[in-house]
Ligand binder design. Structure first.
Ligand code: GLA
Length: 379
């Protein structure tokens, strides 16, 4: 559809399509900004941008949101754009701010097929897709990791959300059929094959993540407070034993936030082994522990997410479930035996709606997919 609308709006054909996937995180939540371990996977849903270079100003159109005001890449500065086009223009700014030559404008049509507000990183996908568009139009060379870091720079400094690197890195580095065990400190990335016959189901509670970014920033402050009390710059430097020894320097909230991060890093490592050995019991144990930790110690869950995880866990064929993403609304991730998926979705849907009659849950089957790429049209 993006291509037809492109032709309609701008006359002539787009030269390229960039596609960047969203992500689901299997385990390793709220650890990325402590340089910890995460295990997301890219999903087949994401953002596509049909584009071509132009001598005129940049003109962007979103199929869902309509056109945005035209602008010149030369003039883009933080604070100059709000809404979805801020993510697009912000990527041009991020490239320039990191020393890349961005002078060529683009005409573009954006088409997204991922749910907004479910915690599958629609904003990271939008940034990465536009990163590829600016890169291509301006003849730049960037590795997938550099692109991810630029998208994080855009989100932190242009959009103003203080997120970590996980979402963007999952979008650029995804490997089909695999989850990515990433060490955010070294950026060592290990693709872990998903057991055959196992399906990843995103169970969206329907509770929007409205205040998520203010909660998120507060959690970052609390984690920083824990670091200050422990006398380290980042929680990655702390082992569980060191945390227990340093506990006397922390208030209860800071201690529990740190305990979540420190124990979650260990769980990611164990989870990688459990996936590789297809150890169903261990996978279940770790997902349950991860959910309890983010619920009780990190307090980033909510009643809807807790209910969704509990219901999903109780349905046969489910290997385990936990909340995924930033939290405070959004979705759970469940690992489900392929043959049981239809029954799983129906049963969970029914039980959840019974508890939350005004909510409209959604279920998305997510195959682990490759990372973002740009395709030249007609090749
Ligand atoms: C959001 C952020 C990520 C990460 C997760 C929690 O998705 O964008 O950087 O911190 O929350 O794991």
């Amino acid at each position: 559809m993006a291509l037809a609308i492109f032709e309609d709006r701008y006359g002539g054909m787009a030269t390229h399509i960039a596609f960047a996937p969203g992500r689901v995180n299997l385990i390793g939540e709220h650890t990325d900004y402590s340089e910890g371990l995460v295990m997301p996977m890219a999903i087949p849903y994401g953002v596509a941008v049909a584009f071509r270079a132009t001598d005129g100003p940049s003109r962007l159109h979103s199929i869902a949101r309509g056109p945005s005001k035209s602008f010149s890449v030369i003039e883009v500065v933080p604070g100059s754009r709000k809404g979805w086009s801020g993510y697009a223009a912000g990527m041009a700014w991020a490239l320039k701010d990191r020393g890349h030559q961005v002078k060529t404008n683009i005409e573009a049509v954006v088409e997204a097929n991922l749910p907004i507000g479910s915690g599958v990183s629609s904003s990271a996908a939008l940034e990465v897709a536009f990163g590829l568009a600016w890169k291509t139009a301006n003849g730049l060379t960037l590795t997938p990791l550099e692109l991810a870091r630029l998208a994080q720079h855009c989100e932190n400094k242009f959009v103003g959300v203080n997120c970590g690197l996980m979402d963007m890195a999952a979008s650029t580095l995804g490997v089909a059929g695999h989850a990515l065990k990433m060490d955010i400190r070294s950026m060592e990335t290990e693709p872990i094959p998903l057991p055959p016959g196992l399906v990843v189901v995103l169970c969206d509670t329907g509770k929007s993540r409205g205040l998520a970014s203010s909660h998120y920033n507060l959690r970052r402050e609390e984690v920083q407070r824990a670091c200050d009390g422990l006398g380290v710059s980042i929680l990655r430097e702390i082992s569980f034993d060191q945390l227990e020894k340093g506990k006397i320097h922390l208030d209860d909230v800071a201690y529990r936030r740190a305990r979540h991060v420190v124990t979650e890093n260990v769980r990611v490592g164990s989870f990688a082994t459990a996936l590789r050995t297809e150890n169903q019991l261990e996978i279940r144990r770790l997902l349950n522990e991860a959910h309890a930790s983010i619920r009780d110690d990190f307090e980033a869950s909510c009643a809807e997410l807790d209910a969704m995880a509990e219901i999903a866990n109780s349905v046969s064929g489910c290997w385990g479930a936990r909340m995924t993403g930033g939290g405070f609304g959004g979705a759970c991730v469940a690992l489900v035996t392929e043959l049981a998926v239809d029954i799983f979705v129906n049963t969970v849907n029914e039980a959840y709606v019974q508890r939350f009659p005004t909510m409209e849950p959604r279920f998305l089957i997510c195959e682990a997919s490759d990372g973002a790429e740009v395709t030249q049209i007609g090749t």
